[in-house]
Write a protein that binds this ligand. Structure first.
Ligand SMILES: Cc1cc2nc3c(=O)[nH]c(=O)nc-3n(C[C@H](O)[C@H](O)[C@H](O)COP(=O)(O)OP(=O)(O)OC[C@H]3O[C@@H](n4cnc5c(N)ncnc54)[C@H](O)[C@@H]3O)c2cc1C
Ligand code: FES
Length: 280
């Protein structure tokens, strides 16, 4: 008999911390499946997501914000938006989280071997990019280097802050941070992400660029990548259409002839340009 795909696995919150403050604060959860068999069988790649939830409340599609190279646990970074994400934010260490997945396609990180990787993120958009950064760091000999461009409105709105200092010490990895307006003691760039990208002037040669963040940022980053000479096939992003089932059954996430939950969330710009409704 087939297993019901809607039945989630139980996981325990092992650690949790706030990345940012404010009304729409972002909280990260490190969770471990209770069942050892589920832990052993689980496999995901950067870009994939999971439906996570709280019993009796509901579930939401959330990017898996860790790389499989980090260990037998999952990380989710959740912005408090509404009913489900509020309930998730109330979970503390030792509490149970419901998880089903992994869902969606992944960034083709293995096809990208031998290339330079450029990630361009804004705000919570760094969550799906972080697994790429960690994956490339764990397989440094297979890539030509990694450049990370990341920005947020203020320094308090940057996720994963504690990790950047260590990252900047890695060979072949450069980390460029920016915030929208000047702040006392801020040692990095001030200005919008798309402008910082232009100023950095990365070469498109043998490079893959991946961008995730607010739609307005993505629009200008795409324009600027084109100005820098990147071809559509060298550019990737993710779509975050509202989802319900997560497995291509309900039609909630469809854009033209695609189910974003199954055909995405990762798309090359070459594909998205042919699907204007998906990218509206
Ligand atoms: C592929 C994918 C990956 C995602 N990854 C993450 C992630 O890593 N971290 C994270 O915090 N969120 C992520 N999201 C968004 C997350 O799924 C929604 O914010 C969440 O479901 C909101 O649920 P809620 O019940 O708390 O809020 P609701 O009560 O359902 O909504 C509250 C508000 O949020 C808006 N909203 C809800 N869903 C979305 C959405 N998909 N896009 C834009 N606005 C939305 C609603 O319009 C409403 O204004 C992702 C979504 C998708 C589809
Ligand atoms: S969320 Fe149901 S078909 Fe995609």
């Amino acid at each position: 008999m087939c297993k019901n795909p809607y039945i989630p696995h139980t996981a325990t919150v092992e650690d949790t911390w706030y990345e940012t403050g404010g009304d729409r604060c972002i909280k990260t959860f490190k969770v471990v499946f209770d069942d050892g068999k589920v832990r052993d069988q689980w496999s995901h790649l950067p870009g994939q997501c999971a439906m996570i939830g709280v019993l009796g409340v509901g579930e939401s599609m959330i990017s898996i914000s860790c790389s499989p190279t980090e260990g037998q646990f999952l990380r989710f970074s959740v912005m408090r938006m509404g009913k489900v994400t509020q309930a998730l934010h109330e979970l503390e260490v030792g509490d149970k989280m419901m998880v089903r997945g992994p869902y969606g396609n992944n960034f083709p990180v293995d096809e990208w071997q031998g290339k330079k990787i450029l990630t361009i993120g804004g705000g919570i958009g760094q969550a799906p990019l972080r697994p790429i950064v960690e994956y490339v760091r764990a397989n440094q000999d297979k890539y030509e280097g990694l450049t990370m461009v990341y920005g947020a409105r203020t320094s308090n709105d940057l996720c994963f802050k504690g990790e950047f200092e260590e990252m900047s010490k890695c060979d072949d990895l450069s980390c460029h941070l920016t915030i929208d307006v000047e702040e006392e003691d801020w040692q990095h760039n001030v200005g919008f992400v798309p402008q910082m990208l232009l100023d950095l002037d990365p070469s498109p040669e043998n490079t893959i660029a991946i961008t995730c963040g607010p739609p307005i940022m993505i629009r200008f980053v795409l324009e600027n990548l084109k100005k820098l000479g990147f071809e559509d096939e060298q550019i990737y992003t993710t779509l975050e259409n509202r989802m319900k089932c997560g497995i291509g059954k309900c039609g909630r996430c469809n854009a033209e002839n695609m189910y974003v939950c199954k055909d995405g969330p990762v798309f090359s710009y070459a594909v998205l340009k042919e699907t204007p409704e998906a990218f509206a």
